[in-house]
Design a protein around this ligand. Sequence first.
Ligand SMILES: Nc1ncnc2c1ncn2[C@@H]1O[C@H](COP(=O)(O)OP(=O)(O)OP(=O)(O)O)[C@@H](O)[C@H]1O
Length: 122
Amino acid sequence: MRLPKEIAAFVHAFRGIVQSVRNERHMKIHTAFAAAALVLSVVFRIPAPHFLLVLLAITLVMSAELMNTAIEKTVDLAMPEQHPLARTAKDAAAGAVLVTAVFAVIVGLYVFLHPVREWLAI
Ligand SMILES: Nc1ncnc2c1ncn2[C@@H]1O[C@H](COP(=O)(O)OP(=O)(O)OP(=O)(O)O)[C@@H](O)[C@H]1O
């Protein structure tokens, strides 16, 4: 039985996320940080606008890492040997992840620093 086109596309996209989390070390790390941020959000009952910021940071980092993986795999297929253009492409893709990760750290400090300090009473 063939799935309708729209459902098949959804299944392929979901498979892409699951494979990336299973096989890519950096994606595992991002997933662990995302899970920790979600748990902390619930534990500290952060306000809705702060929770939206946390969700935005998670979305940006995860989607940048998925695109980074896609670019890495495509470059490896097209250019298994060393090549300056392959290096440029991979470095730029990694740079995109770094930019989003810096944003996520800033969001993490902005949202969680105050509740953590209150909890520790410092
Ligand atoms: N074909 C290539 N030609 C030139 N430089 C490359 C090539 N492949 C990788 N590099 C260099 O090595 C770096 C790391 O590439 P690699 O594909 O190992 O990614 P990675 O960040 O280690 O990802 P992962 O840990 O997810 O595999 C790139 O950013 C690039 O500078």
